[in-house]
Design a protein around this ligand. Sequence first.
Ligand code: UDX
Ligand code: UDX
Length: 477
Amino acid sequence: MKSNLKIRNVCCIGAGYVGGPTMAVFADKCPNIKFVVVDKNKDRINGWNSENAKSLPVFEPGLEKIIRKTRGENLFFTSDLQQSISNADMVFISVNTPTKEKGLGAGQASDIKWVEVSAREIAKNAKGFTIVVEKSTMPVRTAETIKDILSAAEINSYKTKSFSVLSNPEFLAEGTAINDLENPDRVLIGGDDKDSIDLLSSLYANWVNPEKIIKTNLWSSELSKLAANAFLAQRISSINSIGALCELTGANISEVAHAIGADTRIGNKFLNAGPGFGGSCFRKDLLNLAYLSRHFGLPEVANYWESVIDLNNWQRDRISKVVVEKLFGTVSGKVISIFGFSFKANTNDTRDSPSIKVVQDLLEEGALLYIHDPKVTASQIEEVLKIKQNCFTDKDFIQKTENAYWQYSKSVRESLINSDAAIFLTDWEDYKNIDWNSLSKLMRVPAWIFDCRAILSRESIVEAKLNYWRLGDGSNI
Ligand code: UDX
Ligand code: UDX
């Protein structure tokens, strides 16, 4: 490549949870570079261009402020893929890479068809020298596929086009994406062309300490991303497995987590027991890691990582079982409030949320559910559950039907009216300071509170004469 190249125009394919916030922060930190985020989904693009903050497709603390500052200045959202690629010196691929639903590797391998489509569009429309950056999480050696497609275009264009491929995985967690982008633990750049690596690195150097920029070969970078998510997920299954044991032995998982986390070799982060991990990444990346391990002839390694998912499934399944057992063995016709539908706090993302399984199980058992979430909308829940919400205040009507019933609720107070139980599944701040003394009177006694995130005050709930169950806490056995 030409070592005098300067990056002036950047294109990002995919305006999703990763592409949108990542490019917004880049635009904020690199005011002299133009960033164009392109997506085939026109509604998404309209959302990003909307003046109404509520229409932004992604909710992230701090995002709206950056969008207001940069949009129309050096950050643009469009559906014009061809033009955006032609103008770009650097193209990020941030399209989704979901688990394959059919064909070879179905249910395990990641589907990289959108990555391939993106590579073909880049091959066709790029001009001169272009740096292509994998931002999406990819199976190891995906860059090989991208390189093959781009090399064919190089040859066909009689070398008027040329490319360099880098891997630069995202490490942003939803809900803290802006902070993770602005203050990353590390930035990882993998590639085999030093000049290209340095160019991408120079963009980050506008706000990231160069010591935090790790440079590796392509395959180490791709694998590190999968491995990092697998390690994080494994920690959650580990703490959840110990939590289950706490409930039976009189131990308390918060105390155990504190005690083991004080060992600096273990560290105190990511040790909160809960209803199991969700989100778009952990399950997908574990499945992919297991698939790759098996593909490369390492079945023991594959089994090891699969067991992390098995434990997570088990954890989700056992929550509704505990609820049914505590409510005298049946929840049929009982009103239960579900608090939290997003997979974690501070996001409106419901992908692979543990709440989905708990809700499905309880509907299956015949419960009537109020579902509350500070950011997830009723239509999102309808879409995920594939069941329209009903108003179930007419109890006579309900007795005559076999349908599953759930109703969206706008407030904690509204949810608790006539509820036999409340299950807290997402760690939203809004749930931490509920006035149990006054709200407990709205519930039908004997009522139960199930705290699956250890965020509620046992004292105030017990004082309000409600029964309290906390995940991972055996102190009351
Ligand atoms: C990301 C990563 O890309 C994925 O690998 C990671 O593991 C999880 O996070 P994310 O940004 O969350 O994906 O996905 P999503 O919000 O679905 O956004 C992807 C966007 O790409 C969508 O808006 C989709 O319309 C767009 N897209 C997809 C294109 O513009 N073109 C395509 O060909 C395919
Ligand atoms: C994750 C990675 O953290 C991030 O680096 C990567 O780029 C994308 O995947 P994300 O899925 O957004 O981010 O959220 P994360 O904070 O990692 O939480 C994942 C799940 O684990 C959530 O359901 C969360 O509630 C759960 N979790 C997390 C716990 O149950 N306990 C914990 O201690 C931490």
